[in-house]
Design a protein. Structure first.
Length: 274
């Protein structure tokens, strides 16, 4: 799909971005809208408002973010990236992220941050296997209500090199003691980051299991993601993530154990490389 990726300009394009945002997320309530004036302000004050336009000029992808500061470090925070359903799987997500990275570097930022739902396994694949971002922290109920657990990731912009092809999932040895799961052969294609594609990714389901202490892996089943994951599954994954991050781990990859399309493993590493 031929697209032009650039900063969006003018009320018509900002309004179109807001409409695409609502459409992809399935938002209908007024409070979940995206104000075009906010996008105008972000663009003029160190933020990013970037769109992907198709051959006929229609907006098929959009991302936006703003500059952040922590302990003297400037970073860019990407709030959302969305791709129209008909354009998913065409590499537009990568184009948007690399355009956003280029704009962020102009502000002095050397890293970009965003959050993602750990149940959105396709997004996890995009974040870790494609972009090579790193998970820093687990944020329970990030948006102030149940069901909004998120993982905060950071992407090194000095190492962000555009690529036209996604890296395939890594094959790792089987993990003893894990339960078999329903097979899922979607290949975890990248569709977007963080909260960008609700309902679009594979998710955690029955057959969950984990490796022994110190193994550095959390194994989850790869099934179709549902709007409301089973509370027991969500609670289990929450406990595992809390433990791994509390132990000083960093989330660095998502892989298929032994090439099994029915399971996915989150891989953690510590600062000493263990």
């Amino acid at each position: 799909m031929d697209v032009v990726v650039r900063q969006l300009d003018g009320i018509a394009e900002w309004t179109a971005a807001g409409l695409l945002y609502r459409s992809v997320f399935g938002y209908t309530a007024p409070e979940w809208g995206l104000n075009p004036r906010l996008l105008a302000a972000l663009r003029e004050n160190g933020g990013t408002v970037i769109g992907a336009l198709g051959e006929n000029g229609e907006l098929v992808g959009f991302c936006y973010g703003f500059t952040g500061l922590q302990d003297g470090e400037i970073y860019h925070y990407s709030q959302a990236a969305v791709v129209a359903p008909a354009a998913q799987g065409t590499g537009i997500g990568r184009l948007l992220k690399h355009a956003q990275a280029a704009a962020a570097r102009l502000t002095g930022a050397r890293t970009m941050r965003w959050t993602f739902d750990p149940y959105a396994l396709r997004n996890a694949h995009f974040n870790f296997a494609v972009l090579r971002a790193t998970g820093l922290r687990f944020l329970p109920d990030f948006y102030g209500e149940p069901g909004t657990d998120r993982v905060l990731v950071s992407w090194n912009l000095d190492q962000a090199v555009p690529s036209d092809t996604a890296q395939p999932p890594t094959i790792v040895p089987p993990i003893p003691g894990t339960s078999p799961a329903t097979r899922h052969a979607d290949g975890l294609p990248a569709t977007g980051h963080a909260d960008s594609m609700p309902g679009a990714g594979g998710g955690v389901g029955a057959g969950r299991g984990r490796a022994g202490p110190g193994d550095g892996r959390i194994v989850v089943a790869a099934g179709e993601r549902v709007a409301a994951p089973d509370p027991a599954d969500r609670g289990w994954l929450r406990r595992e993530l809390v433990t791994r991050f509390a132990e000083g781990g960093r989330l660095v990859d998502v892989v298929r154990p032994d090439g099994d399309p029915g399971r996915v493993a989150y891989l953690f590493a510590t600062e000493d490389g263990a």
